[in-house]
Design a binder for this molecule. Structure first.
Ligand SMILES: *Cc1c(COP(=O)(O)O)cnc(C)c1O
Length: 219
């Protein structure tokens, strides 16, 4: 297992317009430092407490992406520094992020998580709910958040056709959202693709992939 080589190989194999988030959840700080020294600056974590501990230890130019399920009562811990929150799945959560962002006098970038996989357990909005959200007067008032795009996960399956069709659904929601005019929208990120399915995701139009085990080894 060579983290620096894994990273380099991955970077060389993806198009330049695709941003790589190195998913370092559950990995020790030494592993993150190796990736950092190899040039990686964007790291993804799925537990707020773990991310906050790592943020204190890593160089300040790291961009921290929160990719896990967001508990509302913990938003305050990442609000001072988080660079992008991928898993936003309710208006209530957006209101809390807005409130905490305001306290720190900043605007926090968010992705709306969309539920497309067949599995019941995955969090996220249904596509239609997103469009309802944009019409909601409460949403309009959230001046300290910015919606940068959407995030989604495909069903955990070997069936590549199914994975591709789910990613295509995400891409079509992304395209519609990109053409919406709204002061809180600045849509340019389509976050989809993980270690096992990122090549399919890129073929389907992903602009940001979240890769963990293929860089850092299995967890
Ligand atoms: C863990 C995780 C990843 C990375 O998974 P790998 O299969 O290790 O690449 C990507 N996205 C989310 C939301 C995750 O929780």
């Amino acid at each position: 297992m060579n983290i620096a080589e894994n990273l380099k190989g991955l970077q060389q194999s993806i198009p330049e317009w695709v941003t790589l988030v190195a998913v370092s959840k559950f990995k020790p700080i030494e592993d993150l430092q190796i990736a950092y020294d190899a040039g990686q600056r964007i790291f993804g974590e799925s537990k707020i407490q773990e991310m906050t501990q790592k943020e204190a230890l890593m160089p300040k130019d790291v961009q921290w992406h929160f990719i896990g399920h967001v508990q509302r009562n913990k938003v305050k811990y990442m609000a001072p520094y988080v660079s992008l929150i991928h898993g936003v799945d309710s208006l209530k959560l957006l209101e809390e992020i807005n409130k905490q962002a305001l306290k720190h006098n900043r605007i926090i970038d968010c992705l709306l998580q969309i539920h497309i996989a067949q599995e019941e357990s995955k969090f996220g909005f249904d596509p239609q709910e997103i469009f309802n959200l944009l019409e909601n007067p409460t949403f309009d008032k959230l001046q300290n958040i910015r919606i940068k795009g959407i995030m989604g996960m495909a069903t955990f399956t070997e069936d590549k056709k199914q994975i591709a069709s789910e990613f295509q659904s995400l891409k079509s929601v992304f395209d519609v959202l990109k053409n919406k005019q709204h002061p809180l929208l600045n849509v340019e990120i389509l976050s989809m693709g993980m270690s096992d399915d990122y090549p399919i995701a890129i073929e389907c139009g992903s602009t940001m992939i979240r890769v963990g085990s293929k860089i850092f080894g299995s967890r």
